[in-house]
Write a new protein. Sequence first.
Length: 275
Amino acid sequence: MSIPFYKIQGAGNDFILIDNQKIGFSSDQLTTFAARVCTRRLSVGADTLIAIESARGNGDFYARFFNADGSEAEMCGNGARCVARWAYETGIAKEKMIIETIAGDVPAERLDTRTYRVKLNSPTVFEAAKLIQVDGKEVLVDYVELGDPGIPHLVVHIPDLAMTELETIFDFARKLRNHTAFEKGANVNFYDILSDQIVVERTYERGVEDFTLACGTGTGSTAYALIKKGVIKTDPVVIEVLGGQLQVNVVNDDLYLIGDTNLVSQGTILDEDLN
């Protein structure tokens, strides 16, 4: 098997991108392929596989996002920014484009050589200050879904988060991610406020089942919840993640994610254990 691919990362979220218009993998094959090639040390390794397909509507192309466990995600904010970079660099699209996804159309725009902005899917569900039980204790969370079908996110405050070792909150994050109060499970975004404009965030992603260096839709959901509750009043909201810095403009219910992209490599997957 010989599969052309690109490796791209945005704020530390890393992606394997393939052009499925040329390869023609079925959905089942993409699931199997993603679970293998995203496995670090055994294969290329990434948070997510992105498969580009022909547009199904009026967009420039269709993008599918497969988590490292092979499950298909509705959309990925940082992935969409990286896809936009790839599409512009390869001549698939111009500086402004429409990326079709399961969760809806995602407008994207090139701001400079490496900086790209995408309009995230708008919030379709927002439940502020929701009380749930974890190990017999009450936990206050905000619940946000972006797009339709919705991408589920929890937003949870943890004091001194920047100084908190992730190992100490891993079990807590996993219990929140799988909590029975949320039918589809949820991504878990812990946050703490550093100043009037700057927020620190750590995201435990479903499908990856671990903390990642960044999560675009999680960052958007966190900024949205904090703006709507009046905790943060400045725009844009600057989010410090493990992989760098992202910005979110919140305009009513419109969310714009801005950040850096990095074309890491281009090559061929030769993994001999792929069947």
